[in-house]
Design a protein around this ligand. Structure first.
Ligand code: NAD
Length: 351
């Protein structure tokens, strides 16, 4: 196994690993550990090039620093990627990844992400103890998605207050893009609150399930940005708020779980503000999963009651961000960045 450090300005530790025996080609990026050891998922993706994989892991690990800083998880930001075809996953690949994670000596703890599930983490865990997010039976905090959905629902309530002056969702029309692991349970919370739902997905099974369980209407994927609704909840892809889609939106608020929703930070958040659309910063509203996992690091281990209390606080975190954005006439994205930067600075000052 060959582990080579890569110097990247503004990042604490980045390394590349190649392992001939297992075929592993992977990267780990630890962006910032001011507030605690870095935690972030392991993504397996058929990256077209090494540079694409590096760009992704750097961007994702930086995002984790901000997400954890605002959510006050006591953790830093990190992420890892494996360059591979999801169809070609092997146990050996994840065992080798476990050794790579272990070489960081606890600076980075890994967890689930796209194309990586609990069996893969269990294989990695044979060679490192720095694995989080395992099932309850394996001593972990379990599947993060329902917790992400609950946090997103709490954040959506705060967003409704900002946009409509009330969190009464009875009769409000919410469009869920991607009723998957997070979008579907979010839909259940919304249905219970009396919202009228429209869903849009590229997967027919997921559409059918949402129609049956939520009584939702359906919008074609390419028409989802044109639906006349109150709240748009992106729960599928990143970069969906861009030059092409923002002018089409007919909602008053955006509150969903997708990561990296803004195509260009600092530009598309401004466009949304100009259009009078309240935007719930993605890494604030979708922090329920990381908050849940972070409770594994508490003394005494995981406790669901503690986790739920912290996840419900996403409501108040967003209210503070909306208040700051309104009073200083800045975008909600900018206000969230400032909270993250202030929490990081306070953490640095305390060292
Ligand atoms: P998922 O794969 O279970 O669900 C995503 C859904 O989006 C699927 O139903 C998929 O078919 C659909 N989809 C994909 N492309 C689409 C398109 N072009 N148009 C419409 N629908 C499309 O994933 P998930 O775990 O529910 O995560 C959803 C989003 O939330 C992702 O951006 C993820 O990064 C983010 N997120 C998830 C968690 C978590 O705990 N799972 C935590 C934080 C952020």
């Amino acid at each position: 196994m060959d582990i080579t450090p890569i110097e990247v300005e503004g990042y604490e530790k980045v390394a590349k690993c190649t392992d001939e025996e297992s075929g592993l080609r992977a990267l780990i990026s630890v962006h910032n550990t001011t507030l605690g050891p870095a935690l972030g998922g392991l993504r397996l993706w058929p990256y077209a090039s090494f540079d694409d994989a590096l760009t992704d892991v750097l961007r994702l690990s930086r995002g984790m620093t901000f997400k954890s800083a605002v959510a006050r998880t006591g953790l830093g930001g990190g992420k890892s990627v494996v360059m591979a075809d999801p169809e070609m996953k092997t146990e050996k690949l994840f065992e080798a990844m476990g050794k790579f994670v272990d070489s960081f000596g606890g600076l980075y703890t890994t967890a689930e992400d796209v194309n990586v599930g609990i069996p893969d983490l269990l294989a990695a865990g044979r060679f490192t103890k720095y694995v989080a997010g395992l099932s309850r039976e394996d001593g972990g905090s379990g599947n993060p998605s329902p917790y992400t959905a609950k946090g997103t629902f709490e954040g959506l309530r705060a967003t409704a207050i900002e946009a409509f002056g009330s969190d009464d969702l009875d009769g409000k029309h919410v469009v869920i893009q991607g009723p998957g692991s997070v979008g579907l349970p979010l839909g259940h919370f919304l249905k219970e609150a009396g919202a009228k739902l429209t869903v849009s997905d590229i997967n027919q099974e997921n559409i059918d399930r949402a129609v049956e369980e939520l009584g939702a209407e359906v919008a074609a994927p390419e028409r989802v940005y044109d639906v006349d609704c109150d709240i748009f909840a992106p729960c599928a892809l990143g970069a969906i708020l861009n030059d092409e889609t923002i002018p089409r939106l007919k909602c008053k608020a955006i509150a969903g779980a997708s990561n990296n929703q803004l195509h260009d930070e600092g530009r598309h958040d401004v466009m949304l503000k100009q259009r009078g659309i309240v935007y719930a910063p993605d890494y604030v509203i979708n922090a329920g999963g990381i908050i849940n996992v972070s409770v594994e690091f508490h003394e005494g281990g995981y406790d669901e009651v503690v986790a739920m209390e912290k996840i419900n606080n996403i409501f108040f975190a967003l209210q503070e961000i909306y208040e700051a954005a309104r009073s200083r006439d800045i975008t909600t994205h900018r206000a969230a960045q400032e909270v993250a930067e202030a929490n990081l600075a306070a953490g640095a000052a305390a060292i």
